[in-house]
Design a protein around this ligand. Structure first.
Ligand SMILES: CC(C)(COP(=O)(O)OP(=O)(O)OC[C@H]1O[C@@H](n2cnc3c(N)ncnc32)[C@H](O)[C@@H]1OP(=O)(O)O)[C@@H](O)C(=O)NCCC(=O)NCCS
Length: 169
């Protein structure tokens, strides 16, 4: 098993590697999974995503991690903590993208809750957010189950985005 950054009941979250590209492409090439992103991603754009993630590990000590099923090592998706611009202010965001074959099994909620605990308990963050397209109801539900509340709505690249937030304590 790869070295976990975080363990949950059913999953490990481990660092992303360049060799994870084919796994990530299952999500990035799926128009349904990418519905609330600018578009699907090419291999080259996915390489950039991995570079961004590796840079986040170096600069912030966090980033998106690969979620694997503990029992089988099966790739499930990505979840982690990344810096995001929320209209002039940088906030730390819990992000999650899972392979469509795994949706509806509670994996995103389980991984996001573990990231919240890690951010608040191990890293002593004051606040965590999730920035979510107002139409992305599954993602909004995950944020609510993590205990986040809608803080504000803002425009980003022509879309209406909600900021969901939770304060430590
Ligand atoms: C958002 C996403 C990560 C959720 O993953 P998941 O593992 O299916 O999430 P969970 O099973 O933990 O929870 C999903 C919740 O959303 C609910 N849900 C799913 N589709 C829904 C819809 N269309 N309307 C309302 N609720 C919905 C589920 O019923 C569940 O809530 P419940 O436990 O109260 O029944 C997944 O859909 C995904 O990867 N989407 C593509 C990437 C993406 O948009 N990421 C978020 C960017 S902000």
């Amino acid at each position: 098993m790869a070295t976990p950054v975080i363990k949950t009941d059913r999953m490990i979250l481990r660092k992303m590697k360049r060799t994870d590209l084919p796994y990530l492409m299952e999500i990035f090439s799926d128009p349904e999974a990418m519905r609330f992103y600018r578009s699907t991603k090419t291999n080259e754009q996915a390489e950039d995503w991995i570079s961004w993630t590796l840079g986040n590990y170096r600069t912030y000590g966090v980033g998106l991690w690969i979620a694997e099923e503990k029992a089988s090592g099966r790739f499930l998706g990505q979840c982690g903590i990344t810096p995001q611009d929320t209209g002039g202010v940088t906030e730390m965001e819990i992000g999650y993208l899972f392979a469509r074959r795994e949706w509806g099994k509670g994996y995103a909620t389980e991984a996001a809750l573990a990231c919240k605990d890690y951010g608040f308990t191990s890293l002593n963050y004051r606040k965590l957010v999730s920035i979510i397209n107002v139409h992305n109801l599954a993602s909004i539900r995950v944020a609510e189950k993590v205990g986040m509340k809608k803080e504000k709505t803002f425009h980003r690249a022509g879309n209406m985005m909600n900021i969901y937030a939770i304060i430590n304590g």
